[in-house]
Design a protein around this ligand. Structure first.
Ligand code: NDP
Length: 294
């Protein structure tokens, strides 16, 4: 019987995970099919309930469900528990396990951004959703000592800070209101900026004006393309990375969880590149490469 793996999100139409995961299944001769399920929040519980049957190997969960899915599973792994968000599901019989492979995915992206330099200790993070939580977890466990979180709705960033209270007890983790002057002052004091909002996912918008981006920042945008933020930052002299590395490595970790086999990284990377190029060809007149994370 062909096994099924699904991506649950809303929307899911821009996702590249299908191309990446299907290529991985096919290259290792695994009889499995990756499907996309577009489900609004009201349909999430029913979608998750369906996954308990034998035909499913598991699932990916993406925007905007990563936090909402937490109470719907039977067990959380350490990364998922510590993050309060789930992006991958596996089955143990009829029980569902929630994992967070965004955390190791982010760590790969962070390492590639920092390169041979010493790992910095200060960061500014935009966004407090599921992706933002993986970033905060990754930064805390990488030894960061000061992290400032800005979010459109301040209460969500405050909730995130409260959630990480214990694991951040030894350092400074603060939520601040989204005001340009406050952001500018914080950017002047930091080494790393991570954009974990979806600003720039669909249009050519940046969360901040180019003028307030200092020249020597390391900038990571979780969005998988060269966003306006990255272009502005690079033009100002910053080192920049997009979400491709994180996407690849969260996908590779999910693949291993579903199949018990090491992920064929090269095959997955090639499939991602090809899907991205194909998207550009077929999406004539639309913004190119506007891609969700899973
Ligand atoms: P969520 O829906 O959980 O959170 C969305 C975040 O974006 C919130 O902080 C939200 O702020 C903010 N936001 C959305 N629209 C606006 C807007 N118009 N103005 C200001 N803020 C806005 O999504 P995720 O955290 O799962 O994903 C966020 C982004 O990160 C997406 O672009 C996703 O593709 C990317 N991502 C990439 C990954 C990768 O592997 N490369 C992995 C994970 C995420 P508010 O709370 O105020 O609504």
């Amino acid at each position: 019987m062909t096994k099924r793996v699904v991506l649950i999100g809303h929307p899911v139409s821009h996702s590249l995970s299908g191309a990446m995961q299907q290529a991985a299944f096919d290259s290792l001769g695994i009889d499995a099919r990756y499907e996309r399920w577009d489900r609004p929040p009201i349909g999430l519980a029913d979608a998750v309930a369906e996954l308990r049957s034998d035909e499913f190997l598991g699932a990916n969960v993406t925007i905007p469900h990563k936090e909402r899915v937490v109470p719907l599973v039977d067990r959380l792994t350490e990364d998922a528990h510590a993050t309060g968000a789930v992006n991958t599901l596996t089955r143990e019989g009829k029980r569902l396990v929630g994992h967070n492979t965004d955390v190791p995915g982010f760590r790969h992206a962070l390492d590639s951004l920092v390169g041979r330099q010493k790992m910095p200790r200060q960061a500014v993070v935009f966004g407090a959703g599921g992706g933002g939580r993986a970033v905060i977890n990754g930064l805390i466990t990488a030894g960061f000592l000061r992290i400032i979180v800005f979010n459109r709705h301040l209460h969500r960033a405050e909730g995130l800070v409260k959630f990480f209270g214990k694991s951040a007890a030894h350092m400074e983790l603060k939520a601040m209101p989204w005001h340009e002057s406050i952001i500018e002052a914080e950017l002047a004091k930091t080494r790393i900026l991570v954009n974990a909002t979806s600003i720039g996912l669909h249009g050519d918008e940046s969360p901040i004006p180019a003028e307030i981006i200092p020249a020597d920042l390391l900038v990571l945008d979780l969005i998988y393309r060269r966003t306006r933020l990255l272009r502005d930052a690079a033009a100002n002299g910053c080192t920049v990375t997009d979400g491709a590395t994180m996407l690849l490595h969260q996908g590779a970790a999910a693949f291993s969880l579903w199949t018990g086999q090491p992920a064929p990284l090269e095959v997955m990377e090639q499939a991602l590149t090809a899907a991205r190029a194909g998207g550009i060809e077929s999406a004539e007149g639309e913004p190119t490469g506007a891609i969700a994370d899973a």
